[in-house]
Design a protein around this ligand. Sequence first.
Ligand code: CA
Length: 229
Amino acid sequence: MSASRPTVLLVEDEPAQREVLAYNLEAGGLNVLRAGDGEEALLLVAECAPDLILLDWMLPNVSGIEVCRQLKTRSDTKAVPIIMLSARSEEVDMVRGLETGADDYMTKPYSVAELMARVRAQLRRSRPAAAGGRLEFQDIVLDGETHRVTRGGTEVKLGPTEFRLLAAFIEKPGRVFSREQLLDRVWGRDIHVDSRTVDVHIGRLRKALGQGGRDDVLRTVRGAGYALG
Ligand code: CA
């Protein structure tokens, strides 16, 4: 596993289908959040900022297409890739799904192998560090495959937690992460860590990146959290 595990929100109202899919996603090294309807999905997106959403079309209360439309019109969620899952096979429905902003579309019954391939393709775009990519911000370079970080060509020694923190930031330069979002992303939802721990590791990351009197690139946003640049 490189960087932190990407989180997928799975929105499916059929419990059996949901569990089969969740099993495969988890076996593929992903964190899975589950929602059984559209309202729950919208709440979880706001709370947990997932890296990708698998969205069933036919859902009780708020339909999948409406969830997709809402998320793709909000500035804070429109970049999150959405793969629509549908029992409908008519081409007109697929076109409608994509017009609503979905990034990909699969018709049930789908092959799990093909779905996983499409999930990975979308994650390479939204979570390049987790997918083993190379990311740059100003003179900082993070290599998701070798786990090496350099600044101005000089190697920066980071602990695993600081590496995952930097990976989260460098994937979304300028984005403000709350302490809770960093806890979810870097430590994982199942681990209980005090939010002050985040501050300690941010301090270490700052110190490591600032070696040799270089500029501080991490910004503290009062009352909100931290951002890169
Ligand atoms: Ca359904």
